[in-house]
Structure formats: C-alpha cells, structure tokens
Design a protein around this ligand. Structure first.
Ligand SMILES: Nc1ncnc2c1ncn2[C@@H]1O[C@H](COP(=O)(O)OP(=O)(O)OP(=O)(O)O)[C@@H](O)[C@H]1O
Length: 276
C-alpha cells in the first residue's frame, strides 16, 4: 500500500476576522427518516477541513443518506447539521460543494469534454468566462486522467472511466468540500490507487475537504480520519491510528469488528437492565 502524508502542516483555514473557520461538517443529534424507517439515529460528529474523512460501514448502514443530508438533497432531516458554517441545504453552499453519487451522472451522447463544457457553463455562465471555463475543463480532465479520452463519447467509456467523468464534473469550480459516494467501487486496484493519490493531492494542494464513502475497509487506511457507521449510528469518529490503538487491533477492519461487538454487548446489557 502507498504511504500518504497523514497530516499536513499548513495552518487551519481562517474565517472572516481571523476566527478559525468552522469545521467542514458539524452534526448533533442528526436524525433522518425515510419512509417508515429511521435510517440515521441521533448522529453527532465533526468533519475537519482540509482532510480526507472516510465514511465506512456495511451496505445499507446509511452512508448515502448521510451524504445526501450533507449536500442538502435529503428530506426529513432533524437535529443540527452545519456545512461550511451554514445549515445544510443553504443556497450559498451550492457552488462550494462537489457531490458525486454512486450512479455516474453524465450524458452518454456527449463526449467527455462536451459533458464538462455543459456543466462548466452552468457553473460559470457567460461569454466573458469562456477562456476560464476552457482552462478549468482541461484541468479537471487531466486531474482524472482522461485527457486521452477527452473526445470519446461518454457512452463508449468503461464504467470506471464514466465515474471519473462524474468526478471531474464535481471538481469544476474547485469546491471546498467534495462528497464522494463510493467513488472507487468497481475499479481495478491500479485505478483505485491512482484515485486515492488524486484525493490526497486535492486535499494537500487545494486545502479541500473530502468526505469519501466506502464499504471496503482497506480504503480506511488511506484516510486521515474515519467515521465508522453501522445500522444508522456512528460507532467511531477518529483517526485510523487512534482506532487501532484503542481497540488493540492490527487493522481498521479488525477495529471495526471489535467496536461492533462492543456495541452489541452494550445493547444486550441495556436490554437486560430494562427487563429486570
Ligand atoms: N426510500 C426509502 N424508504 C425507506 N427506506 C429506505 C429508502 N431508501 C433507503 N432506505 C433504507 O435506508 C437505509 C440506508 O440506506 P443508504 O442508501 O443510506 O445506505 P448505504 O450505507 O449508503 O448503503 P450502500 O453502501 O449499499 O449504498 C437502508 O437500510 C435502506 O434500506
């Protein structure tokens, strides 16, 4: 596995008046109801700026729902959820957040460059911005390593290439917060490694915050911080090192299993207490 700089030394970004900028995401007692089910239950956590936070947990634990709440597209959200210092869903956040869903959202009948030109025009309209848009589009195509395919129709690309077009769309306009829902699913190991290298350079060079979900535990080792989720709850909010140390585990996967057992034991003890 590659080694990544786990801490970078630049000072935290400052807000107006020299105050430290608020965290990228802050949640307290965050609850989300979908249909008849409460899928997120009283979550509390903080995502720091300029870091890569991994959102990990088994399929169905609520990762996508949490991401949707953060980007402001989820209904029936209660509790506190602040994003870049504003309530989630605030219109001022629209251009400050890049979001990539699990399903690549690209037009198959347009080329890679035409897809990006289209989204760049929406973000930064007008003739005056045309040169700037062109440079931005060329930069993000290079960032996701699709320069050689810039003139290929999106519909003729592989699944991994199409998801990288979606990622390139999210990189347009250099957002402060990137929310990526399982961006490496279905990619081969080389592409997965390359994408993680890209995530690290986006965080280090631009000071952007990345929230990246995965259900593959080995990807946890590539993150600065982790939010481990299970059944709509946050089991841990810590660095990979601290999690391994605290649980006496060799890997984050082992630490996760340890925390699951601990949570089950606690729940069993509570049930015993109430039925006494
Ligand atoms: N429209 C809905 N109505 C009711 N329950 C839903 C709805 N959509 C999702 N759920 C439930 O909410 C829970 C969380 O779903 P979510 O998609 O957030 O999980 P996930 O961790 O992202 O899973 P995956 O890794 O498989 O994408 C799941 O148990 C799912 O069954």
């Amino acid at each position: 596995m590659m080694n990544y700089p786990m801490e970078h030394s630049s000072p935290p970004p400052e807000g107006q008046g020299g105050d430290p900028a608020p965290p990228a995401v802050h949640a307290e007692d965050l609850t989300v109801v979908r249909g008849p089910r409460t899928v997120l239950r009283g979550l509390g956590f903080t995502v720091p700026r300029g870091r890569i936070t991994g959102l990990l947990g088994p399929s169905g634990c609520g990762k996508s729902t949490l991401m949707r709440a953060i980007v402001g597209t989820q209904a029936k959200v209660t509790g506190t959820l602040d994003v870049l210092g504003r309530p989630a869903g605030h219109p001022a956040l629209r251009t400050r957040i890049g979001y990539v869903t699990q399903a690549p959202s690209v037009f198959d009948d347009l080329t890679v460059r035409q897809n990006l030109d289209y989204f760049a025009e929406i973000l930064d309209p007008g003739r005056a911005a045309s040169d700037h848009r062109h440079d931005d589009v060329t930069r993000v195509i290079a960032d996701v390593d699709l320069t050689a395919h810039a003139d290929a129709l999106a519909g003729n690309l592989s699944g991994g290439q199409r998801s990288r077009v979606s990622l390139a769309v999210a990189l347009l306009g250099a957002p402060e917060l990137l929310v990526l829902d399982e961006p490496t699913v279905g990619l081969d190991p080389v592409l997965r490694r390359d994408l993680w290298t890209l995530f690290h350079s986006i965080a280090a060079d631009r000071g952007a915050t990345l929230l990246v979900s995965s259900h593959v535990m080995d990807e946890a080792e590539r993150c600065h911080r982790l939010l481990l989720m299970r059944e709509g709850e946050v089991l841990a909010d810590d660095t990979p090192d601290a999690l391994r140390t605290r649980t006496g585990s060799e890997t984050v996967e082992e630490a996760f299993l340890h925390l699951v057992d601990e949570a089950k034991d606690k729940a069993a003890a509570r049930t015993k207490e109430t039925t006494r």
